[in-house]
Design a protein around this ligand. Structure first.
Ligand code: AMP
Ligand code: MG
Length: 421
């Protein structure tokens, strides 16, 4: 595997002092490879996990051709194109039971939805269109051979990959696994992520803050985002800005986890001793990303662990997590393909201040008007310390590098956070 330094030395748009968002993503993506270990879990317990191997269907689902409607199973070849067809009903086929007799020319069978198609029949005529005269069934013209019939294996065919490795198990996948009769499934092991906050000003919940001290909130947002992504979290608390304590924390975290995430301590003025420390422990680059919020970001490896040094400001933590860490964690957990956050264009009803030269991630509220049209407005204050803006938002408004101010009514890119955060 190439080292971080080799990768960045080959990039022509690599400028650690003003790194485009996309370049930072590319560097990170080129270094993450999925964890390989898997485990077997009961089907229900696989919800939210990533499949560790292809699930190959051992049976056809459905197992037999069967009726999609209540009606009459007929032989398509019997049906007249230009007039009524009179058939003789010989019995009823119920779901879950096999209709014993074969159906010869001129005959038909009453069928229930899900009933196995009786031998000889290939078409179902819904009961609403036929005329029943005792056991004489009158079928009008206009039926198509094969209609209202579900084919064996049309959902899952024997020998075919029913679910590929790398797929997230959602409710639909649970149902498919169950329809194959599987009690257990192979999933990738959960990603282990250790994290801590740095800063002399931080106190944890339960401690009375002294003057100038603040509660550590980043560990809670990070805990939440990691948990939503299905990671196993190792919360290592608050670590003071003390080289000895930090060295031990980095070392312990890297030994315990696949990924280490910290917040704070990477901005100018703070970075210097952290930089020396991390260069001693691993291979880490310190970037100034051309973005707002979230300019300082450190990335690299400490031993085998990937390391993300996020900024300290609470909004910057969330923005950098969604723009860089989320992708990397999904790739490391074995998701294939790595799903991108849904992004689309809508009119913006607010006027936005924006300086060209950096990508901005403003916090927005997407809403629908009475006629069903969507638009976005910005949440109030956009400061990187105002976590309320993330709480009020349901999307990021992404303003690309070249973009200047936005006038009301202009189209902007939004990245939806609902169901993701
Ligand atoms: P830093 O990057 O360490 O200089 O931190 C930037 C700003 O974010 C400072 O105002 C810090 O007090 C604040 N901050 C850093 N870490 C946290 C945290 N864990 N929770 C809340 N605020 C924080
Ligand atoms: Mg700090």
């Amino acid at each position: 595997m190439s080292s971080l330094k080799q990768i960045v030395s080959c990039m022509d748009d690599y400028d650690p002092e003003a790194l485009p968002v996309e370049t930072a993503r590319r560097v990170i993506r080129s270094l993450v490879t999925p964890v390989t270990a898997s485990e077997r879990v009961a089907v229900r317990a696989s919800l939210g996990r990533v499949l560790g191997a292809d699930v190959v269907s051992t049976l056809n689902v459905p197992a037999h051709d069967n009726s999609a409607m209540d009606g009459f199973a007929v032989r398509g070849a019997d049906l007249k194109k230009d007039g009524d067809t009179v058939l003789h009903e010989i019995g009823t086929a119920f779901a879950g039971r096999v209709f014993g007799a074969a159906v010869g020319p001129g005959k038909c069978v009453r069928v229930m939805t899900g009933a196995v198609m009786p031998a000889g029949t290939d078409t179902v005529v819904i009961q609403e269109v036929v005329r029943v005269e005792g056991d004489r069934i009158v079928v009008p013209p206009g039926q198509k051979t094969g209609q209202n019939r579900r084919l064996a294996g049309e959902d899952l065919a024997v020998g075919r990959i029913a679910l590929p490795a790398g797929r997230l198990v959602r409710p639909a996948e649970l149902g498919l696994l169950a329809s194959l009769g599987l009690a257990e499934v192979t999933v990738r092991r959960r990603l282990r992520v250790a994290f801590f906050s740095t800063g002399d000003e931080l106190v944890s919940i339960g401690t009375q803050p002294q003057e100038g001290q603040i509660f550590d909130s980043n560990r809670y947002t990070i805990h939440g985002m990691l948990t939503r992504l299905g990671c196993e979290v190792i919360d290592m608390g608050v670590v003071r800005d003390d080289p000895k304590l930090l060295e031990k924390a980095f070392h312990d975290a890297a030994a315990a986890a696949d990924v280490v995430i910290t917040s704070g301590g990477v901005s100018v003025g703070e970075a210097d001793f952290v930089k020396d420390l991390l260069n001693k422990l691993g291979e880490v680059v310190f970037w100034k990303i051309a973005m707002k919020p979230g300019r300082p970001l450190a990335y690299g490896k400490i031993g085998h662990a990937h390391f993300f040094g996020l900024p300290g400001n609470p909004v910057s933590v969330m923005v950098t997590f969604y723009q860089f860490v989320r992708d990397a964690l999904l790739a490391l957990s074995g998701r294939d393909p790595v799903p991108q956050l849904p992004t689309f264009k809508v009119p913006c009803t607010s006027s936005l201040k924006k300086a060209p030269g950096r990508t901005e991630f403003q916090r927005g509220i997407l809403s629908q008007d009475a006629s069903g049209n969507w638009s976005v407005r910005v949440t109030g204050e956009q400061g990187s310390g105002i976590l309320r803006s993330m709480s009020e938002a349901n999307c990021f408004i992404i303003l690309p590098t070249e973009q200047g101010n936005v006038v009301p009514g202009a189209l902007v890119d939004v990245q939806v956070l609902e169901g993701v955060v």
